[in-house]
Ligand binder design. Structure first.
Ligand SMILES: Cc1ncc(COP(=O)(O)O)c(C=O)c1O
Length: 488
């Protein structure tokens, strides 16, 4: 513990004063345990009696409670409410924010775009996109495999690992991608990252200079948009229609990178047609540009035949493929991967080293075992069935309770749908969302994902974490709110 022993006088008094100041400033929280007297005495290089004297004074004055031998705790109610923490130097002179770099200023500007994904009150029927299917994972093999790997942690898993990630995991992923995504890649082309967010960030660092042009979907995933804005890129917004990213609208020259979500466009859910995929690859080749394929939820596909990843169609080393375990397992795992054209491997690997050396080894090793032992694909099969049931429940509930008042798109894949409310004006949506929240239902407008908000009222409905009953009850309540708005 860091104590500032200000002033002069007896050591015991100075220790008492420092602890008292820390308590009043809230640095030592009410009910938290003070360090053991022996430990503090050792740290400060004083006798234990000196510390005991300081603790006795705090106890006597009511700043602390407890008995000798069973620990001393900060009091829950402080004795002197008039005593206020001493102002810190910054408060005295007025807070002055240190100067930010151009990058820092752009990050601040880009992060001001709503929504900022902070913690919000949890609602009983919450259709928030991004909540994982905890129930599908928590009881499963993941926990066992992770515990087993933790028990056998050895020197190689406890020292620094390779920046490109664990060889076993890269091997397992290459194998999986070959079978599941038709993506024939060598483990040497894979770099393990902390989620696709880091994949996009590394791509921006390695491939873009401030002022470069980036073609991005409109509407788009905000996490990507923020990264490109922070990198100082100029964005070309490219409309998404029924076939996905409209390549014909991308300038033939001058764009360095195109960011796309072809398997299930975020947030509209459109699956990019094969024609558009081929046209996009052709454009990249002619323009000398890179396509960044964000394949964030391709594992869940319900209708139509699976479409190969763009990277699997790429014969000209133009596609950087980003995958993630966030939707298939859970986002707090923070494991994703990039599959790179061979000439880009060294730059990504070096940038990953600079950023954080590597992704934590224990989780990588556990994931490698989880995949190699077949748990991953078993989990995937089960999740697919459960998500398909949830998706069917969403579609059924919307049909029953909102009928032709709703136009649902993007249900072919993924773990969310986009519901356009036919009889609600875009301007009336925030009120409707607030009313729904009062009824315990969390629904989220799609408008913030557009750079130019749409004229219609659209809701993003995530369903990965909900049971059939929650889905039906949530949509029933939402429909009640919609009807009340229409009639009131
Ligand atoms: C389109 C898209 N890309 C990337 C991500 C980020 O995923 P990760 O958790 O792997 O960083 C998300 C998360 O919701 C997403 O929706």
């Amino acid at each position: 513990m860091l104590l500032r022993l200000d002033g002069d006088g007896a050591l015991g008094q100075r220790i008492y004063g420092a602890l008292r100041r820390a308590i009043l400033a809230g640095e030592l929280r009410p009910a938290s345990r003070l360090p053991a007297t022996r430990t503090l005495a050792r740290e400060l290089g004083v006798s234990r009696n000196t510390v005991l004297g300081a603790y006795d004074q705090l106890l006597a004055e009511g700043y602390a409670s407890g008995r000798r031998g069973s620990g001393t705790y900060v009091a829950t109610a402080l004795p002197d409410p008039l005593l206020r923490p001493a102002p810190r130097p910054a408060q005295r002179v007025g807070v002055r924010v240190p100067r930010l770099s151009a990058y820092g200023r752009r990050v601040a500007r880009a992060s001001a775009i709503p929504p900022l994904g902070g913690a919000e009150p949890s609602l009983r029927w919450d259709f928030r996109y991004g909540i994982p299917a905890v129930a599908d994972v928590a009881q499963g093999a993941w926990r066992r495999v992770l515990a087993r790997r933790a028990r056998i942690a050895s020197l190689p898993t406890m020292t620094y690992g390779p920046p490109e990630g664990s060889p076993a995991l890269r091997e397992a992923l290459a194998d999986y991608l070959r079978r599941a995504r038709g993506l024939a890649c060598d483990p040497g082309q894979i770099v393990i990252v902390n989620g696709s967010q880091q994949a996009i960030d590394l791509a921006a660092r390695v491939l873009l200079d401030a002022g470069d042009r980036v073609a991005i979907e409109e509407p788009q995933y905000q996490g990507a948009r923020r990264i490109f804005l922070a990198a100082g890129a100029r964005l070309d917004l490219v409309r998404v229609d029924g076939e996905g990213f409209d390549v014909a609208r991308v300038p033939a020259r001058g764009v360095r990178l195109a960011y796309v979500t072809p398997s299930h466009q975020f947030p509209t859910g459109v699956v990019m047609s094969l024609g558009r995929r081929l046209a996009l690859l052709e454009w990249a080749w002619r323009a000398g540009a890179i396509v960044l394929e964000d394949d964030y939820d391709s594992e869940f596909r319900y209708e139509g035949r699976p479409i190969e990843a763009l990277a699997a169609l790429d014969g000209a080393a133009r596609v950087v493929y980003a995958g993630t375990l966030s939707k298939v397992l859970f986002p707090a795992l923070r494991i994703g991967y990039v599959v790179l054209p061979q000439p880009l491997v060294a730059a990504f690997r070096a940038a990953k080293w600079l950023t954080d050396r590597h992704t934590p080894t224990l989780e990588q090793e556990a994931l490698a075992a989880f995949i190699a032992e077949g748990h991953f694909e078993r989990h995937l099969r089960r999740s697919r069935t459960r998500h398909a049931e949830r998706r069917a429940a969403v579609l059924e509930a919307l049909r029953v309770h909102l009928g032709d008042g709703v136009d649902v798109v993007g249900a072919n894949a993924g773990v969310h749908v986009l519901a356009w409310l036919r009889h609600v004006a875009a301007a009336g949506l925030p009120r409707l969302v607030a009313r729904a929240a009062e009824a315990g239902v969390g629904v989220y407008p799609v408008a913030p994902y557009y750079s130019r908000p749409p004229a219609r009222a659209g809701l993003l409905l995530g369903y990965a974490s909900l049971t059939d009953r929650q889905i039906h009850e949530g949509i029933r309540r939402l429909a009640e709110v919609v009807r009340a708005r229409l009639t009131g």
